[in-house]
Design a protein. Structure first.
Length: 132
């Protein structure tokens, strides 16, 4: 078992050295033990979400939030980059789940969860929610 809070804090330190942007993270509760396999899934999800925000969105800041409920884990990665261009069917805010990167979608499905991506006003939010 791995303390997810400690693992995320270590990963965020590494990501700060890798990417030229501000990265903040919050894990609630601060200490929660998860399996090595689940910690690995979360690690790769965060790596890809932050990488996409910086490389594609040119985000100067990224905020990561991981929240545990009694039976679910909810991970939110939000940035203040360029966002996504509005599609012909979208209004001011765009729900982009159908256009989500395939690897993020596959990881969410493998965990029995769901993935959504929203973009509006130069802010993008990637949300993955799955049972623990």
């Amino acid at each position: 078992m791995i303390d997810l809070g400690d693992e995320v804090r270590r990963q965020v330190q590494d990501l700060r050295q890798q990417w030229p942007c501000r990265i903040d993270a919050r894990v609630n509760p601060r200490q929660r033990f998860v399996s090595t396999a689940l910690a690995s899934h979360i690690h790769f999800f965060l790596s890809e979400a932050v990488s996409n925000a910086v490389r594609h969105g040119k985000a100067p800041a990224v905020w990561v939030s991981i929240r545990h409920t009694r039976d679910r884990i909810i991970i939110r990665v939000r940035d203040n980059g360029r966002g996504f261009p509005a599609s012909k069917n979208s209004g001011v805010g765009s729900e982009l789940s159908d256009d989500a990167p395939k690897s993020l979608r596959a990881r969410a499905e493998e965990l029995g969860g769901k993935l959504s991506i929203k973009s509006a006003n130069h802010e993008t939010e990637v949300l993955i929610e799955f049972p623990e």
